[in-house]
Design a protein around this ligand. Sequence first.
Ligand code: ADP
Ligand code: MG
Ligand code: MG
Length: 335
Amino acid sequence: MSPAKEYALLCLENPLLDIQAEGDAALLEKYGLKPNDAILAEEKHLGLYEDLLNNYSAKLIAGGGAQNTARGAQYLLPPNSVVYLGGVGDDKYAAILHDAVKTAGLRVEYRVDPKQPTGRCGVIITDHNRSMCTDLGAANHYDLDHLKSPEVWKLVENASFYFVGGYHLTVCPPAIMALAEEAAKNDKVFVFSLSAPFIPQFFKDPLDATAPYWDYVIGNETEALSYAESHGLETKDIKEIAKHLAGLPKKNEKRSRVAIITQGTDPTIVAEAGKEVVEYEVHAIDKKLINDTTGAGDAFAAGFTAGLVAGESLAQCVDQGQWLAKLSIQELGPS
Ligand code: ADP
Ligand code: MG
Ligand code: MG
């Protein structure tokens, strides 16, 4: 196996501070939120954050899907293995993020925007449901100039694995495409997360532009169904959808694509182009041990991707993803 290389994994998405609290039906109704969803905030949602902090004793937790994945992967890999890119403000929320990533040993190269607040994600927990409402703030101002700046691009060139969270499609598709091209050109590994049902639904075109570059595409069952619907696939069968994703045209033909769809406690579906679909059972934990399922998917992606970086087999990568996800849902927040 190749010797460990520093910062072999480079991740890109939206660094956010989660403002998370136990809520109730009335709170969901007040802001017109579904119990289980992830959306971008509109004008009518902007009071939610103060409401959560003032009236629901919300906790502040470092968040952002791919940032959680990056922290999780760094947790499993040798020191100085993972670097994460995204946009933050210059405020107390950014300071909290800096502390959290430092604790995790994750290197970040943030684009700091002094005029924008750090992004926030309101997370309302009701039973085992979570409703997420994100105001991207400074994360929305990430740009290609930052990615292409000499210090950052050097990190891009050095890395052998890229992990991009689908949420970034709402922010800076050119940065995603630059990483995608770099991966295909140099036979590096490009991992992409579908992130949320609204991505295939409302960001279909930029999503489809990235598809030929996916070496691994990771999503959950609701994201897979949303993909199928927005792309006119006449099936709701997760295995069929995974097969379809794996079989989409591919730019770098030296690697065959793998699609991985998690389904909570139901088996994880793995489709590799040209092969039989494989199901991996989940060893569900006792409901009483579940603290918070926020970020189960991010943790899965972390374990899985760390496995890829370490050169593990596909089955071991899935197993490690499931193991880390299980660990994570027993903690508060995507720890
Ligand atoms: P997301 O958080 O994106 O919705 P999932 O809900 O599919 O993702 O969860 C991702 C993974 O987390 C699952 O494949 C599984 O390995 C693990 N997981 C989720 N819920 C449980 C559970 N109750 N017990 C054990 N593992 C779980
Ligand atoms: Mg789920
Ligand atoms: Mg997820």
